[in-house]
Write a protein that binds this ligand. Structure first.
Ligand code: PTJ
Length: 250
């Protein structure tokens, strides 16, 4: 990994890029992963590359809903696994839920590599926190279906996404988010673009960079918050307001 001094103002952004470049070379990512990440970076610039107060509130709501759920699950794709896979396992250890690898551009090779990566991080984390031993990494048995979708995008685990009532899906696509909502599930999305279809369709949208959001989620889960009467439109408007105030930083 690149040797970047701590004083470099763009250190975390450069480290994230280096991780993605390495993961792409190892075959973990979709071909368009970098395009998606670049779009995210542009929105993050507008946010000042920090977790806003309104994003913190959405993370609190997400934590509460995951803790109150009967069958919660954390769904991970290529980018989110590489950037925040360890935090996902830590969060799942606290919630007591599985992590499911579920990717948009599905190949059996990528599925296997992502599952192996998460399994090895799980074993590492379990040395400090034995609760991680109980976190199941699902995805290899595609024995469930997301109704309303066709082809490989509909595949999921019957013990994960198919039976879940609350799903945390970082970097989801709009169609799948809509299909999950249509099945009466609560979808918690992490998406830096507050105008994406996913952001607008989700029950709770965390407009924040996935690494920061998942780290903050782990901290907030330990505070055991309670859910509220959440207004997601208002939440998205607050994110857009922060972005529109970026002109004040010029
Ligand atoms: O691993 P796969 O096969 O599931 O494919 C993953 C990608 C990301 C390539 C696929 O899901 C995709 O094409 O995604 P989109 O439709 O480009 O959407 C990605 C969304 O995530 C965009 O709205 C971005 O703004 C947002 N985004 C990108 N990077 C980050 C992010 N949001 C939070 N944190 C990020 N680091």
């Amino acid at each position: 990994m690149a040797d970047i001094p701590d004083s470099h103002p763009r250190k975390s952004s450069l480290l994230a890029r280096a991780k993605l470049v390495q993961a792409a070379a190892e075959g973990l990512l979709a071909e368009s992963a970098m395009i998606a990440h670049g779009r995210g970076e542009a929105f993050d610039y507008m946010l000042g590359e920090e977790t806003s107060d309104s994003a913190k509130k959405s993370i609190q709501e997400a934590a509460a809903r995951l803790l109150e759920a009967n069958n919660p699950v954390i769904s991970m794709n290529g980018n989110s696994t590489v950037l925040a896979g360890k935090h996902a396992i830590r969060a799942a250890s606290i919630i007591g839920c599985p992590v499911e690898v579920n990717i948009y551009y599905r190949t059996e090779e990528r599925m296997a590599k992502l599952i192996t990566t998460l399994e090895s991080w799980k074993n590492e984390i379990a040395k400090e926190d034995p609760r991680a031993n109980r976190v199941e990494i699902l995805g290899s048995e595609a024995d469930g279906r997301i109704r309303g979708l066709k082809g490989p995008r509909a595949l999921c685990s019957s013990r994960g996404i198919e039976m879940a009532d609350v799903i945390l899906v970082p970097l989801e696509d709009g169609d799948r988010c809509e299909a999950l909502i249509n099945q009466g599930k609560q979808v918690i999305a992490v998406d830096l673009n507050p105008l994406s279809r996913t952001a607008r369709m989700a029950t709770v949208t965390i407009v924040d960079e996935v690494t920061r959001a998942m780290k903050t989620l782990c901290e907030i889960l330990n505070e055991r918050p309670e859910s509220t009467n959440w207004n997601n439109k208002q939440n998205l408007r607050e994110a857009l307001k922060i972005m529109s105030q970026a002109s004040e930083r010029v």
